[in-house]
Structures are given as structure tokens and as C-alpha cells.
Design a protein around this ligand. Structure first.
Ligand code: THU
Length: 160
């Protein structure tokens, strides 16, 4: 029997000013996107911004529906649009935040399992790490790649 341990490294920052310029920009674009979310049912407005290797920023937000499962998370709206518009360009980073009751969440909001799976697909597809920036008013958490958010993942390497 062997025991394996999987490690996820999370770098935490107490203020957005500690981040480099490009990361401040992507976070601010995610915050801007959150305010435009269509979330009349949950009233939990999520914003995401994808930074592509070509320097382009793509924003997304959650889009809900009266038929609840027909809605989509902010991260997947942004990722799918980025991959649709630039199918040959790798994703460098994604920033995520959530806004509810007239304020941004104080703690970082991590992406759901399905969004992690989608982030991983793009990371594997381009063989290029996607930095994940989770914004909260009290804390900003940064994880260097999607794989660390989804260990023991299922991806196309499992096909053989
Ligand atoms: N939501 C996201 O947009 N991203 C996540 O990673 C978690 C949840 C959305 C889905 C739904 O519109 C609302 O937040 C409440 O779950």
C-alpha cells in the first residue's frame, strides 16, 4: 500500500494593491462583469474575466433562467466565449468574484466543480497553466493552475 498526498498551493493577498498591474486590471474587469450578471433568482452575481495569451480580456457573468438548470456560471460563460472567439489562443488567467446584497463577498468565491472541469480542459488543450485569481474584499487567493483546483481529474489523457 502506498499513500499519496496531493498539495494545492494558495497564495493569499490582503489587498488588491499587492498584485501586479495586469492582475489588478483583470480583477477590476471581473468586478465590472459581476454588476452586469443576470441573476434574478439567486441574486448572487458572479463576474469572471479571462486574460488570453494575446493580451485580450474576455468578461463573463452568470446567466440564469426560469428553468434553473438552463443557466450558466460566469466562469463558463467567459471561458466558452474566449475559446469561441479565439480557438487557437491559450488562456493565461481568470479572475472571479461575486456580488450580492450590494457588496462584493468578503471572502474569495471558488469556481464550482463543472467550471473547474472546463478550466482544466483548456489548460490541457493548450498545455499552458491558467492562473486562477479569486477576489474577496478581505482576501485575494491565487492558485497557479487549474489542475491544483481539480486533482485526480478526468481529462483526455485518460482515453489513452
Ligand atoms: N455561480 C457561478 O456563476 N459560478 C460559480 O462558480 C458558482 C455559482 C452562479 C450560478 C448561479 O447563477 C448562482 O451563482 C448561484 O449559484
Amino acid at each position: 500500500m502506498q499513500t499519496k498526498e496531493i498539495k494545492t498551493i494558495i497564495n493569499e493577498y490582503n489587498s488588491i494593491e499587492e498584485l501586479p498591474e495586469e492582475q489588478i486590471l483583470i480583477v477590476n474587469k471581473a468586478k465590472e462583469a459581476a454588476k452586469k450578471a443576470y441573476a434574478p433568482y439567486s441574486k448572487f452575481n458572479v463576474g469572471a474575466c479571462v486574460l488570453l495569451k494575446n493580451g485580450e480580456f474576455i468578461q463573463g457573468n452568470n446567466q440564469e433562467n426560469a428553468a434553473y438548470p438552463s443557466g450558466l456560471c460566469a466562469e463558463r460563460v467567459a471561458m466558452f466565449y474566449a475559446n469561441a472567439k479565439y480557438p487557437d489562443v491559450a488562456v493565461k488567467a481568470i479572475a472571479i468574484c461575486a456580488y450580492s446584497n450590494s457588496k462584493f463577498m468578503s471572502e474569495p468565491v471558488p469556481p464550482c466543480g463543472s467550471c473547474r472541469q472546463v478550466l482544466l480542459e483548456t489548460e490541457v488543450r493548450f498545455n499552458s497553466p491558467i492562473k486562477i485569481i479569486l477576489f474577496g474584499e478581505n482576501r485575494i487567493s491565487i492558485i497557479e493552475n487549474a489542475k491544483q483546483l481539480l486533482p485526480l481529474s478526468f481529462d483526455n489523457n485518460n482515453f489513452d
